[in-house]
Ligand binder design. Structure first.
Ligand code: NAD
Length: 490
């Protein structure tokens, strides 16, 4: 069954890029129960997806298992060419994909276009990497032994992705998996499934064979159980919250699956007195307010050295008060809505808690409009390190400033978290750059920049922020097994 949106509230050049069906074994399938997808900017429905349940997920795993034999047997150049066509298809439809993304996720159009290009860049990168899956020849332990290590695809991969980057969080997994010769069953967030389904349609048009890339939709628990428990799935790759990711990873251990986790962060953003203050301000606004603060690498705790603290707070307040919340389809909007009511409630709880610990709100602090889930871009000063704003990921447009005195103090504050995804430092002191980047317990450190993510570099966290890396040549290792061949020629 193939259903395309008619009278769609999402204005697309190609209406069939909004598909209200799951994609399994190269076919579009439905289900009796349906889940409605809402536009967070106005609360209106933009369409429905089927709940294909455990049975649908099992069918997808069977399809992925059947398809892997043909897909991994292709030579690398052929897989590379298919991925190359997929990249071209995504780029050719960036306008429609961005419109879909704004409608289901809310981010401003310019950010959505940015995400489409960023997502596509992973497909192009791994199309190239597909041809560079090298092994090793190892000197043997005796004269007659020859040792070779070859790399082979892990097998069927299951993946679960979040709503904050509805396309890029998928291509960071699907592109290396397919490049390596694996097949995939993906469950996107039920809040933003249409970007994933459009990606599947473009994969189909690019010549990705049936069963190689499947998108299953429905209630997370039931589908999730198949993706974590089915022994035919050899690898589970998850992006989302630490609570859900660690719970699902534990289930995967019953069948000893390989696991990659990209989980929550709580990024410290540190500004020393010797920093270029204007650059730090620009980097902070980009890191903190992009996607309305709903990014895993978003600055969450802002540590500013005492000598520049008051001036920094004043300049930040002035800059943040100019940010305009609004529907992402409107050109003048530079802050989209939060994803839902729960997100608004979390932000409100964090602000109230910070104020109860002695912080002051100097900009924003309240919900922005009656329609949609908008929250005013907010700045608080004198936030206590004991408050929720410092201890948990806020995931909203709230910048909380904390003063600090010396380098050792701020390193201790920054590392006092179970999260270890991204950290940021602004300073002009080169010796300090090395001291502090070595001391920070984070998977990624931005120095004099608030934007660190690119397809050419390994993205990922340590501590409770995750396992494994996405992007770069290292991102390919997540989908490859090593096999030893030990040959005695005596
Ligand atoms: P979430 O954990 O609530 O959901 C993520 C995915 O898991 C969704 O597809 C959801 O449907 C699914 N899910 C939830 N419960 C499930 C269950 N019981 N069984 C199976 N699937 C289940 O996270 P979210 O709110 O969608 O995303 C925000 C979180 O993602 C934040 O913590 C953010 O930091 C994190 N994130 C991390 C990265 C990274 O690269 N480290 C990137 C983006 C987002």
């Amino acid at each position: 069954m193939l259903t395309s949106a008619s009278n769609s509230p999402v204005p697309l050049d190609r209406a069939d890029l909004l598909t209200e069906a799951a994609y399994v074994d190269g076919s579009w399938i439905g289900g009796n129960d349906r889940i409605t997808v809402f536009n967070p900017a106005n609360g209106r429905s933009i369409g429905t997806i089927p709940d294909i349940g455990a049975q649908g997920a099992e069918t997808a795993v069977s399809a992925a298992e059947r398809a892997i034999h043909g897909w991994r047997a292709f030579d690398a150049a052929t897989r590379s060419a298919v991925l190359g066509r997929w990249y071209e298809a995504v780029m050719a439809h960036e306008g429609d994909l961005a419109t879909l993304m704004v409608a289901e996720q809310g981010k401003p159009m310019a950010e959505a276009i940015g995400e489409i290009r960023y997502a596509a860049a992973y497909i192009r990168w791994f199309a190239e990497e597909a041809r560079r899956v090298y092994g090793d020849l190892i000197p043997g332990p005796s004269a007659s032994k020859r040792l070779a290590m070859m790399r082979q695809p892990v097998g069927v991969v299951s993946a679960i992705t979040p709503w904050n980057f509805p396309l890029a969080m998928i291509t960071r997994k699907a592109a290396p998996a397919l490049a390596a010769g694996c097949t995939m069953v993906l469950k996107p967030s039920e809040l933003t499934p249409f970007s994933a389904l459009a990606l599947a349609r473009l994969a189909d048009e690019a010549g990705v064979p049936p069963g190689v890339f499947n998108v299953v939709t429905g209630r997370p628990e039931e589908i999730g159980r198949i993706l974590t428990d089915d022994p035919r799935v050899r690898k589970f790759s998850f992006t989302g919250s630490t609570a859900v990711g660690t719970m699902l990873a534990a289930r995967c251990m019953a069948t000893a699956k390989r696991v990659s986790l990209e989980l929550g962060g709580n990024a410290p953003f540190i500004v020393f007195e010797d920093a270029d203050i204007e650059a730090a301000m620009k980097g902070l606004v980009a890191s903190k307010f992009r996607n309305s603060g709903q990014t895993c690498v978003c600055a969450n705790r802002i540590y500013v050295q005492r000598g520049i603290y008051a001036d920094f707070a004043e300049r930040l307040a002035e800059r943040v008060s100019r940010l305009k919340p609004g529907d992402g389809m409107i050109e003048t909007s530079d802050q989209g809505p939060l994803i839902d009511d729960r997100a608004i409630a979390k932000v409100e709880r964090h602000i109230a808690d910070a104020v109860s610990h002695g912080a002051s709100i100097i900009v924003g602090g309240i919900k922005a409009a009656s329609e949609g889930h908008f929250f005013q871009p907010t700045v608080l000063i004198d936030v206590s390190p004991a408050s929720l704003l410092c201890r948990e990921e806020t995931f909203g447009p709230v910048a909380g400033l904390v003063p600090f005195d010396g380098e050792a103090d701020v390193i201790a504050l920054a590392n006092d978290s179970p999260a270890g995804l991204a950290a940021y430092v602004y300073t002009r002191d080169h010796d300090r750059v090395w001291r502090i980047t070595e001391a920070l317990e984070y998977g990624m450190v931005g120095v004099n920049t608030g934007l660190i993510s690119t397809e050419v570099a390994p993205f990922g966290g340590i501590k409770q922020s995750g396992l494994g890396r996405e992007g770069s040549r290292y991102g390919m290792d997540e989908y490859l097994e090593m096999k030893l061949v030990c040959h005695d020629i005596a």
